[in-house]
Design a protein around this ligand. Structure first.
Ligand code: TYD
Ligand code: MG
Length: 481
């Protein structure tokens, strides 16, 4: 077989070039050529491949639907975002800032899966031949597929061991491989055939076939593609860890999103105790589900009732703070939105952390036009407390109320919450599952709410005064009086 050759492929038009060029010779785009491996089979050989017999066309209802089997990770919050657990042959990408807890969580998960599988095997007994529920491969003979592998490219085996002691996993049977060369990792996967393998991190892995450095887009893509293929072929579930990095030095996990089955991202402030894991894409479950963890001295612990963790503690209400109820996946979360409006220079700044910046500009315009609140010459900063990212427009009303409150230097009433989407015409639109949000807020002791008219409950909620509004002006008037 001919040796694989390196070529450069354009990201924009797919054109190729035998050497790297700043400008694509086909579409003239700049900086789009990426190193890749040319397949050794020349396309000419396969010219008639499309005429060969292909799989038959089948009527959808005739295809037997198979529910995927899942191996729970032993961490309820992680299972929640995975859609129930690891799937045989599935590839999961976990991204997040360095130091947020990716390695910690995965080592914990591998260990508890390993324990669970050992318990099932010993419970089934060697002679009874009972089915092993996980993996779907039935009872295993010695030397057959099994085990849980942690491939570390960032730390040595000793460092991983140190971490596992710290996590209280003293007698862990998880296998560890300190290796960064793709070909060797693939050979180990082939030889060991583990149930689950974690590659920590994909940016440290490199393939001999490419000359570019580990972490470059070409390496990361090529290595992930090989590992994905290996997962599908062998049935091993593979978890790829990817660091989210500042522009430049390393390729971000984003370039891999289309390749894998499930994409999870860690969110949250590394300085705070809480971490969120959010599913961005999931071929085996719901997206936008979140898992909530607390970082303790013994690793990450799931938080099963997270609704109040993103509230900061003020003894008395302060100006510029408004609590909203957001619905993340299946659970409502109360999040404090903070705003600071302050005298700005000639070109005032608009900054937002955890909320969409363009949306902030739009809300300021609506606030001016429809409620007569002008921030033209003011700097406006907004922040969702606790490093949580809020994507849903139901935050609009809380953002506007906190801005108004900061501008006027007047706190919102005690025990106050608001949610609702605001349109360009100044109308307040309903948020999905408003009743659930209101009930959760009432449960946590909130007593006053401003909500969209369509979200007003049919029967009163005990202990809560609800102001249902149709327009932004009305919402502002509720808190002005
Ligand atoms: P780590 O899991 O290595 O993050 P990543 O792999 O995403 O880069 O580190 C998590 C951080 O958490 C690290 O700064 C140390 C801290 N930590 C704890 O607080 N408790 C623990 O039990 C462990 C293992 C780490
Ligand atoms: Mg790590």
């Amino acid at each position: 077989m001919a040796k694989d050759k390196t070529i450069y492929t354009c990201n924009e038009c797919g054109g190729t070039s035998p050497k790297w060029l700043g400008k694509c010779p086909h579409c003239s785009a700049w900086n789009t050529l990426i190193e890749s491996v040319a397949s050794s089979d020349s396309p000419a050989k396969n010219r008639f491949a499309s005429l060969a017999k292909t799989a038959e066309v089948t009527v959808l209802s005739d295809i037997e639907a198979q529910d995927v089997e899942r191996t729970p990770t032993g961490h309820e919050e992680l299972d929640r975002v995975l859609g129930g657990g690891m799937v045989e042959g599935g590839v999961v990408l976990i991204g997040g800032d360095p130091g947020i807890g990716k390695s910690t969580l995965l080592l914990q998960a591998l260990d508890s899966m390993e324990r669970a599988s050992r318990n099932t095997r010993s419970a089934a007994g060697p002679s009874q031949g009972a089915k092993v529920p996980s993996g779907g491969s039935g009872p295993r003979a010695a030397g057959e597929r099994g085990g849980f592998l942690y491939v570390t490219g960032e730390e040595s085996g000793a460092q991983v061991a140190l971490r596992s002691r710290r996590l209280g996993l003293d007698h862990s049977q998880v296998k560890v491989l300190a290796e960064i060369q793709l070909e060797k990792i693939l050979a180990t996967l082939e030889a060991n055939r583990p149930d689950v393998a974690v590659i920590d991190s994909i940016q440290t892995v490199y393939s001999e076939q490419l000359t570019s450095a580990p972490g470059s887009v070409a390496q990361v893509r090529e290595c992930a593609a090989h590992l994905t293929r290996a997962a599908k072929a062998s049935g091993t579930a593979i978890v790829l860890v990817g660091h989210v990095t500042k522009e430049g030095a390393l390729a971000g996990p984003r370039v891999l999103e289309h390749m894998v089955d499930t994409v999870l991202y860690f969110e949250g402030d590394t300085h705070s105790q809480f971490r969120l894991v959010r599913a961005i894409k999931n071929r085996f479950g719901a997206v936008n589900e979140i898992g909530v963890f607390a970082m303790t001295e013994k690793g990450l612990k799931g938080v099963s009732n997270p609704s109040a963790i993103f509230l900061s503690q003020h003894a008395e209400p302060v100006p510029g703070s408004c609590v909203m109820v957001t619905l993340e996946g299946t659970r409502p979360l109360l999040v404090e939105i903070q705003a600071l409006v302050d005298m700005g220079g000639p070109s005032p700044r608009r900054l937002s952390v955890g909320l969409d910046k363009d949306r902030l500009a739009m809300l300021l315009a609506v606030l001016h036009r429809h409620a007569g609140v002008a921030c033209m010459d003011q700097d406006v900063f907004i922040n969702a407390v606790g490093g949580v990212r809020i994507g849903e427009p139901a935050a609009d009303l809380a953002v506007m109320l906190s801005i108004t409150s900061s501008l006027r230097g007047k706190p919102l009433p005690k025990g106050f919450i608001a949610f609702g989407e605001v349109g360009l015409a100044g109308e307040v639109r309903p948020a999905p599952r408003g009743q659930e949000r209101l009930k959760e807020a009432a449960k946590l002791g909130f007593t006053m709410a401003v909500v969209p008219k369509a979200n007003a409950p049919k029967k009163p909620i005990e202990g809560m005064t609800i102001h249902a509004v149709e327009r932004v002006e009305e919402a502002m008037n509720v808190v002005r009086g």
